[in-house]
Design a protein around this ligand. Structure first.
Ligand SMILES: Nc1ncnc2c1ncn2[C@@H]1O[C@H](COP(=O)(O)OP(=O)(O)OP(=O)(O)O)[C@@H](O)[C@H]1O
Ligand SMILES: [Mg+2]
Length: 324
């Protein structure tokens, strides 16, 4: 489509790892290496303004894909186009359109106070005064940068630093933002703050965001589309809502009883009690029966104190897919 800002076809990436078992000299001179196939022929397109989540287990190839899209790494083979350019060949041009945050490592100047960092970034990226003021307003409203303005990066808490990292990555209003584990290690308040900010950014500036996170709640709340990568291949690529419809074969009903409950047999239902038998968790196989039918049947036997119907989360669904 015309509005695709990322177009990736049959992307492969190999890392060569030298064998180290022959001493240092042999290590340097040796052509002996093993190859890790980090991406094994990955294809996708991403249209402008979308929010996409890269999901998958450790070592799946998510960060590798992001590094290729940013122009940090050249792929082994395949075609990559980011806003019409080959990101590796046109690294500098690409950099003007993208923002990147790697949650695992800082990209800010360690000893520089945040305020000075932004002044410097403004100069480097040639950000216009009006845009600068507007962005700082936005950052102060959503990321509370003011409170850390005079502190050097090395003094910041993880959450404070991550807010600064994200703000720094988008000061030049990139059309495309890569966030590789931006919420890693953050508390729920900080996570929520970042989620809200990303959504606002997308709404106000139409920024396209590609996000990786092991917190599937981040993905569920932010991303309209999920790309599940496993061992270098795409396993699932679909709208997040569709993932729920397609893979939600079961639902869970938690029931709290006034007295210990002995158990209950019904086709398509598996129950697990807590230690005292007061709280049971029932899994309903939707192919066999329905949640409504289950509740009707169990209330014939006993009157529950409380019933909680739990929709399976994206995390549950992804977990199931990965187990297969
Ligand atoms: N610089 C490198 N040199 C050698 N191998 C690498 C390098 N970077 C990544 N790999 C390997 O490539 C594979 C994919 O790694 P990648 O970092 O892309 O995974 P990931 O999906 O981001 O995982 P995580 O969720 O743990 O961040 C892994 O097997 C990893 O060991
Ligand atoms: Mg990674």
């Amino acid at each position: 489509m015309d509005d695709d800002i990322i177009d990736v076809e049959n992307l492969r990436m190999d890392y060569r790892i030298a064998r180290r078992d022959g001493g240092f000299l042999k290590y340097i001179l040796s052509r002996d290496y093993t190859v890790v196939q980090a991406l094994k022929g990955v294809s996708f397109r991403i249209s402008g303004g979308s929010l996409v989540g890269f999901v998958g287990p450790n070592g799946a190839g998510k960060s590798t894909a992001i590094k290729i899209l940013c122009g940090i790494l050249a792929p082994a083979s395949g075609r990559v186009s980011v806003m019409g350019n080959d990101p590796f060949a046109k690294r500098r041009k690409n950099a003007a359109h993208i923002g990147v945050v790697f949650g695992q490592r800082s990209q800010l100047w360690w000893d520089l106070p945040i305020g000075d960092t932004f002044t410097l970034l403004k100069k480097i990226y040639k950000v216009k005064d009006a845009d600068y003021t507007k962005n700082l307003d936005l950052f102060n409203n959503y990321l509370d940068l003011k409170s850390i303005w005079n502190q050097p990066v090395r003094q910041l808490s993880l959450g404070q630093r991550m807010r600064a990292e994200i703000a720094a990555a988008i000061l030049h209003n990139p059309a495309l933002l890569f966030l590789d584990e931006p919420t890693i290690g953050l508390d729920i308040v900080a996570k929520r703050q970042i989620r809200e900010f990303v959504l606002t950014l997308n709404r106000e500036y139409k920024t396209t965001v590609i996000l990786t996170s092991h917190d599937l709640k981040d993905i569920e709340e932010i991303c309209g589309r999920i790309i599940l990568i496993d061992e270098g291949s795409i396993v699932v690529d679909c709208p997040t809502m569709e993932l729920k419809d397609t893979y939600n074969k079961t639902s869970v009903v938690n029931v709290l009883f006034s007295n210990p409950f002995a158990g209950f047999t019904m086709a398509g239902v598996t129950g697990r009690p807590d230690l005292r038998g007061l709280k049971w968790s029932f899994e309903i196989n939707k192919a066999v029966t329905s949640t409504g039918h289950f509740i009707a049947e169990i209330t014939k036997v006993v009157e529950p104190k409380e019933i909680e119907i739990k929709e399976r989360s994206v995390e549950d669904i992804v977990h199931d897919i990965m187990k297969k």
